[in-house]
Ligand binder design. Structure first.
Ligand code: DWN
Ligand code: SAH
Length: 406
């Protein structure tokens, strides 16, 4: 038994993905230091409806000066955040001094849109390398983990903010009560809190088990979100589904009673009920689908390899670490992974040590089959690498099911 990190009920994990390394700990091939592993178990709390990892490694192990994920690697994600910046400018930030705070701003992919016109803004980012890139773009950054203590310091120096935003970060932090108290302190009267995270409904429907890895401690639904923020006086007043990261949800919160609640909130909660997100048997079925996915994936790769085909991976995502380690896939099955991030290139992937090469090598090598580990960026990658299919190369995906794309 373990304890729910939110409401402290005793709960039992419904699946174990075995021993997993840190999803973004790409290492030198010659590195002889012992690699960190932990058992990755996932559990569902019937009381507060939160799906969560049983344990999370220390945050300083995950987020530091060599953090391997740079948000700006996807052009379409850049477009996604530019259009959100426009929404904030058009609807919420009436005055340049109103203030926008972003928690986990990474390389400034969103906040760079506020620099030229001199909007008052601030990013909070603990990973020094990506924070540096944001600063290079003129973004103001506090290099720190966001928590109540950081919030108190920010309030003293910068005051409060009309909009608080965070994308793909609230699912990374175990001590959420502390974080929400910090946000409460920094939100101006009448202001809003906008959060965006991978959506549990999509993960369950698509058997996207690769959204579970060390950094992702919580996988949110409307219900678990509303419960968590409700405890601190916040009201979920609107939601907007997003296609990003394989299916995400944008949550709009205000202080209780500040704004009218859109009917989308209750209709999405009904959808969650219909999908069985509050029912433990849903998670037992999910476990069976994960086990089947693993067998199907390994069988397909083994068959192709036995037939003499070359197989590579495209994009050494954090998600791919869960898949390769859960399925036990080494360079015997996937000889190499191509990725556009310089810090990952020339290294090996965490745990199963598949070499990672620059995406520049993809065309030169022209593998027969390529597993698309960044299926969430499929539109962008298929456009960029259109030559691959035209030359007879075949893409493999494993979400929502293992298949060779025709
Ligand atoms: O939550 C998180 C999300 C936002 O980003 C973090 N914890 C970690 C990271 O997860 P991920 O690594 O699964 O993210 P992506 O965006 O699915 O993958 C990005 C990787 O794909 C990068 O290594 C770059 C690579 N890539 C590429 O090689 N060519 C990406 C694109 C778009 C490309 O064209
Ligand atoms: N918002 C970006 C980055 C998401 S990756 C995007 O959507 O693309 C997660 C980011 O959260 C990393 O940059 C990591 O350094 C940061 N992070 C992790 N813990 C944090 C904390 N306690 N406070 C602020 N940022 C944090």
């Amino acid at each position: 038994m373990s304890q729910c990190h939110i409401c402290h009920e005793q709960i039992r994990p419904f699946i174990s993905f075995g021993h997993q390394p840190l999803a973004n700990a790409f290492r030198e091939k010659s590195d002889s230091r012992e690699e960190y592993f932990y058992e990755m178990q996932v559990m569902f709390c019937e009381s507060c409806k939160m799906v969560q990892l049983a344990k999370q490694p220390d945050e300083k192990k995950m987020f530091h000066e060599e953090y391997a994920f740079y948000s700006g690697t996807s052009k379409r994600m850049g477009d996604h955040f530019s259009s959100l910046a426009k929404e904030f400018k058009d609807n919420e930030l009436n005055d340049l001094s109103d203030g926008l705070l972003e928690i986990g701003c990474n390389d400034g992919i969103l906040l760079k849109n506020f620099v030229l016109e001199k909007y008052r803004h601030l990013g909070v980012e603990p990973s020094a390398n990506v924070a540096y890139v944001a600063r290079e773009k003129g973004v103001q950054v506090v290099e720190s983990f966001f928590n109540l203590d950081t919030a108190q310091k920010i309030k003293k120096e910068h005051g409060t903010f009309k909009v608080l935003f965070s994308a793909n970060v609230m699912n990374h932090i175990i001590y959420m009560d502390d974080v929400i108290e910090g946000m409460n302190l920094l939100l101006s009267d009448g202001g809003i809190l906008v959060l965006e995270d991978p959506y549990l409904g999509d993960i369950i429907e698509k058997t996207a088990y690769d959204q579970f890895y060390d950094e992702h401690i919580y996988l949110y639904s409307l219900t678990s979100m509303a419960h968590l923020y409700g405890r601190h006086g916040f009201q979920l007043f609107d939601v907007q589904p997003q296609i990003t990261h394989g299916g995400s949800m944008r949550y709009y919160f205000c202080r209780e009673g500040d704004r009218a609640v859109h009917e989308r909130v209750s209709s999405w909660m009904q959808k969650e009920e219909d999908l069985g997100l509050y029912n433990p048997t849903t998670y037992d079925k999910f476990r069976s689908r994960c086990e089947k996915s693993k067998i199907d994936f390994v069988n397909l790769l083994t068959k192709l390899k036995q037939e003499g085909h070359s197989i590579a991976g495209y994009a050494a995502t954090a998600k791919s670490t869960t898949v390769t380690n859960y399925c036990g896939i080494t360079s015997d099955l996937i000889s190499v992974m191509y990725d556009s991030t310089p810090i990952k290139q020339g290294r090996v992937n965490p745990g199963t040590h598949i070499p990672v090469l620059s995406d520049q090598n993809f065309k030169k090598d022209r593998p027969d089959y390529t597993v698309l580990f960044a299926y969430n960026h499929s539109a962008e990658i298929f456009e960029k690498e259109a030559w691959y299919k035209e030359s007879g190369g075949k893409w493999i995906v494993y979400v929502p099911e293992v298949k060779i794309l025709s």
